[in-house]
Design a binder for this molecule. Structure first.
Ligand code: NAP
Length: 290
């Protein structure tokens, strides 16, 4: 049985939708609709949607995980980001040690692309990769996801005057559509033996810069300074860890670390040879839907 965690999130929900109709899959989430016990049930909504059964999975409640992971062979561990390193590492440690104790055979982990090492949030991903490699019992697959095309709407959406002011400089991002990453996660997690102890780099093929984004939207690209962006994020009500998180993202893009140069992306191969979705179209659609 395959258990997918984080299915109320943007990536996890795309994965869950792709697994509809399968009786060898259960969906895990902290969401209130999930069952209070780990007993496999089908919520009314899930049944209507043809989705697999749902279990409550919350890495902040480690005591619940033995039940949640009972009978699971493969765990698709969607990273539980958005927190200080100690918070995220504690969540992932709870998940992996519970998987080991429950007899899970294989963990597929959604990590961060190797070119993202300069990002403040890389540390928790690399810690988790190392933890999996050192496991005495688990097989693993690391999906090193590039930054989402949709994520660009957080850092490079036009302002009220139709100007993109995010400090991307002349840098570009090899962004990737979440939907493609969901397709890859499903392909790997439903055939884990074929991907045993492999690390896959999943970055886009067509890097996008601020000028590209602006042109596609009929906007102006007027990048500000990193200091201005940091001050604006801090003033926006962001919690403290988010300020260096976003500043490091701008800086890594602006200084050419995330444009895909030198990365041998496994994306197309794991999409079965099909062309990845156009990241620029995905960005434009996401901006219009905001
Ligand atoms: N590559 C990128 O551009 C990028 C951008 C943003 C984030 N990420 C990372 O990729 C992950 C998935 O991305 P996303 O777009 O789906 O983010 P999202 O929509 O914000 O979802 C966050 C995910 O974290 C899970 N989560 C949080 N706390 C948890 C806990 N205590 N126990 C179990 N699960 C927990 C949530 O699961 P439930 O709510 O269902 O329990 C949800 O799947 C993020 O968590 C983050 O680590 C990547």
């Amino acid at each position: 049985m395959l258990l997918v965690t984080g299915v109320s999130g943007a990536l996890g929900s795309l994965v869950a939708a792709r697994l509809a109709g399968r009786d060898d899959v259960v969906l895990g989430t902290r969401a209130a609709e999930a069952t209070r016990t780990a007993e496999v049930t089908r919520t009314a909504d899930a049944t209507r949607a043809g989705l697999p059964g749902t279990r409550r999975v919350d890495f902040d409640a480690p005591g619940t995980l033995p039940e949640a992971f009972a009978g699971v062979d493969t765990l698709l561990l969607v990273s539980a980001g958005y927190g200080e390193d100690d918070t995220v590492v504690a969540r992932h440690e709870a998940a992996i040690s519970a998987a080991e104790r429950a007899g899970v055979r294989h963990v597929v982990y959604t990590s961060l692309s190797g070119d993202g090492d300069h990002l403040t949030y890389a540390l928790a991903h690399r810690w988790t990769e190392r933890r999996l490699r050192r496991s005495a019992t688990l097989d693993w697959t690391i999906l090193r996801n590039g930054l989402y095309a949709e994520f660009l709407t957080w850092i490079a959406a036009p302002d009220a005057e139709n100007r993109i002011t995010g400090p991307l400089g002349e840098g570009r991002l090899a962004a990737v559509a979440r939907a493609d990453l969901a397709d890859v996660a499903v392909a790997v997690a439903t055939d884990p033996a074929a991907h045993r102890n492999r690390v896959y780099e999943l970055v886009g093929e067509r890097p996008l810069g601020g000028a590209d984004l602006a042109a596609a939207l009929g906007a102006t690209y007027a990048p500000g300074s990193l200091a201005d962006a940091r001050a604006a994020v801090a003033a926006s009500g962001a919690v403290p860890f988010q300020v260096p998180m976003l500043a490091s993202t701008y800086s890594a893009i602006a200084h050419g670390f995330l444009d895909g140069t030198g990365v041998e992306s496994d994306l197309r191969a794991l999409l079965g040879g099909r062309e990845p979705l156009d990241a620029l179209n995905v960005f434009v659609k996401a901006v219009r839907e905001r």
